[in-house]
Design a protein around this ligand. Structure first.
Ligand SMILES: [Zn+2]
Length: 198
């Protein structure tokens, strides 16, 4: 079973790390922007539950509960939120941009898709970050026209090798999570290793 809890239309309804290969992560600072096209339609958007607690140095990792396994991070009370992965094509860098983001920011994406339901896959957009911290917002605005050479760069997305979703998410085994949490949260909070069943 997969850690993904929804894809495509379901990801929208629910919408309550490392770099490798020919892709990069979309990470903008306040005021930065990128010119992008959607690499896939909404049917390939995928949502999963992510745990993290940066103050306690717990990096983002997938919640195991949707796989049917017990999730040590859930049991340890590590905060969890729904995240969605969207793949863009960076027109200027000619590479895939992976955006792993939260519901609030997905609204900027879905609002453009709702506005251009027939055309969004053929359109270029500027995605811009506005603000920082809790005030962070993203804006997507259509680019009215690309120059011929820019259009050529944009068209290269057709040959892009789309990374597998499972490789984009940090998935650990229950045992790895227990080991990771052991040094961070106190024993009283830490779930015990389930006893073997005979
Ligand atoms: Zn969990």
């Amino acid at each position: 079973m997969s850690v993904f809890v929804a894809t495509g239309a379901d990801a929208k309804t629910m919408n309550t790390s490392a770099t490798g290969g020919n892709y990069d992560w979309l990470r903008l600072k306040d005021g930065e922007k990128k010119r992008v096209m959607f690499l896939t339609g909404t049917e390939k958007f995928a949502s999963y539950y992510a745990h993290n607690d940066f103050q306690r140095k717990i990096n983002t990792h997938a919640c195991l509960a949707p796989t049917g396994q017990s999730c040590p991070s859930c049991e340890g009370g590590i905060s969890r939120r729904l995240q969605t992965i969207v793949l863009f094509w960076d027109i200027d860098e000619e590479k895939i941009l992976v955006w792993d983001t939260v519901k609030k920011h997905m609204n900027a994406v879905y609002s453009k898709i709702d506005e251009y339901p027939e055309d969004y896959l053929d359109m270029a957009f500027t995605i811009k970050r506005i603000g920082g911290g809790n005030q962070t917002a993203y804006d997507m605005s259509p680019i009215l026209r690309l120059k011929p050479e820019e259009k050529e760069r944009a068209d290269k997305r057709d040959g892009a090798e789309i990374p597998e979703l499972d490789k984009l998410v940090n998935v650990k085994t229950p045992e790895e999570l227990r080991q990771m949490l052991a040094g961070i949260i106190s024993d009283s909070e830490l779930p015990s290793t389930p006893e073997a069943e005979f």
